[in-house]
Design a protein around this ligand. Structure first.
Ligand SMILES: C[S@@+](CC[C@H](N)C(=O)[O-])C[C@H]1O[C@@H](n2cnc3c(N)ncnc32)[C@H](O)[C@@H]1O
Length: 289
């Protein structure tokens, strides 16, 4: 252990190849995130923060500490939180939301169903889930309702999502059409912030969930079934085998003829799966014969 001032003066020693492989192997096993050699600097920068918090001088000391911990130790959650990449925006990749408004909603409105269930499956700080809530609140007629679940492996971002308070610097991401209906703009001590209105917030629940672990189940242990799943900008971190596993899992969680959106730069190419594709980032579950 060293003092904080010494730590700041010298910083950590270099990350050895052996330690890099240990950390990369661990994050792959815990989350599915694949960190190849090119990510060495990213691992180094992110873990430096954790070393500082523990006052470890070397990556090897932190590794030795991790090696003593049981799988259930809370440090593993910190390790995951620090290595995930959480960039997100309101109304990100808007083509998906146009497809929802122009194609999916008219289809849903022909059905008798009163409540539609949507899953934001790598929700990060919540912008994607609240974008869906704003759109559904605006476009669904009286008598039709919706519930949104946002999940993420990173427990820290989920706290921000639950708070539903965002910096005014993000306001420009939200079209004017939705602002009065969906947002409270902060005044006095809340100046510089806005929050999602309570009537929308209550439609969205956030819970931790790891996409590579067991199915996402209800109280009776049955897989939760959704009309629409968004699993966007997370598959890029996985290898083909993990992506294929997730494609199968998400299929299990989708209602017949339900939809899946993946990120614009992601693909199921090279994976075996049962989805029908509308285009490279919009998929639909087949109608049961
Ligand atoms: C770049 S953000 C994408 C957020 C949002 N879906 C979007 O498109 O803007 C990726 C998120 O995936 C989460 N993630 C990474 N691995 C995961 C896993 N195995 N299970 C669940 N979430 C995971 C990260 O914590 C991060 O918040």
């Amino acid at each position: 252990m060293i003092t904080d001032s010494l730590w700041t003066a010298f910083g950590p020693s270099p990350l050895t190849q052996e330690d890099f492989e240990y950390f990369a192997g661990k994050i792959k096993k815990l989350s599915g995130i694949s960190m190849k050699q090119a990510k060495l600097d990213l691992i180094k920068t992110r873990l430096t923060q954790r070393l500082r918090e523990h006052s470890y001088k070397n990556f090897s000391d932190y590794r030795n500490y991790l090696e003593t911990l049981p799988d259930t130790h809370e440090e593993w959650q910190e390790f995951i939180n620090i290595l995930t990449t959480n960039k997100t925006d309101f109304f990100r990749e808007p083509d998906h939301f146009h497809f929802l408004i122009q194609y999916i909603l008219p289809k849903w409105l022909k059905e008798d169903k009163t409540t539609f269930h949507i899953w934001s499956a790598a929700a990060s700080t919540g912008e994607e889930a609240y974008t869906l809530a704003m759109i559904l609140k605006h476009y669904l007629p009286p008598g039709r309702d919706f519930k949104i679940i946002g999940t993420d492996i990173d427990t820290k971002v989920l706290k921000t999502a639950e708070n539903a308070v965002y910096s005014l610097s993000k306001l420009h991401e939200i079209p004017d059409l939705y602002r009065d209906e969906c947002l409270d703009i902060g005044e006095r001590e809340a100046k510089g912030w806005f929050r999602i209105k309570a009537h929308l917030k209550e439609k969205v629940t956030f819970v931790p969930h790891n996409l590579i672990e067991a199915s996402f189940v209800d109280d009776k242990g049955a897989p939760k079934i959704f009309d629409l799943i968004l699993c966007r900008n997370v598959l890029i971190y996985f290898d083909k085998k993990t992506t294929e596993l997730i494609a199968h899992k998400l299929y299990e969680h989708t209602i017949d003829q339900g939809f899946l959106f993946i990120g614009h730069s992601e693909s199921f190419q090279g994976c075996t799966h049962s989805w029908l594709n509308h285009n490279s980032s919009i998929y639909q579950k087949a109608k049961r014969a």
